[in-house]
Design a protein. Structure first.
Length: 130
């Protein structure tokens, strides 16, 4: 039948080649599994980067809200300062009015003293005529 090679060696060679083919196929499957694992790791890393970016955007939004709150507080303080200046202006106006009233009262008192002096002089004149 087989002139130079025996049938059992040919069968062994065929089994060896089949085993080698299965080993190569197993190696190919292992490489494909490794590539899929690497791809999964890359997707996880990308997801982590997106999560970090979302966290940074949230932090930036929080800082903007804090800055807005500080501006509102500054506006409130400026309004309070404006109110205090208005109250001080009102106080100074009332003080000026009181000083003016005081001056008018002093003038009236001076006029009354002059009238009193005139009446005394008139009374002296009447007494001297009698």
């Amino acid at each position: 039948m087989c002139p130079r090679v025996s049938c059992s060696s040919l069968l062994d060679l065929l089994l060896f080649l089949l085993d080698l083919l299965l080993t190569l196929f197993d190696l190919l499957l292992s490489i494909l599994d490794l590539l899929l694992t690497l791809f999964g790791l890359l997707l996880s890393l990308f997801d982590l980067l997106l999560t970090l970016l979302d966290l940074l955007l949230t932090l930036f939004d929080l800082l903007l809200s804090l800055f807005d709150l500080l501006l509102t507080l500054l506006d409130l303080l400026l309004t309070l300062f404006d109110l205090l200046l208005s109250l001080l202006g009102l106080h100074l106006s009332l003080l000026g009015l009181l000083l003016s009233l005081h001056s008018q009262l002093l003038s009236l008192f001076d006029l009354l003293l002059s009238l009193h002096s005139l009446l005394l002089s008139l009374f002296d004149l009447l007494l001297s005529l009698l």
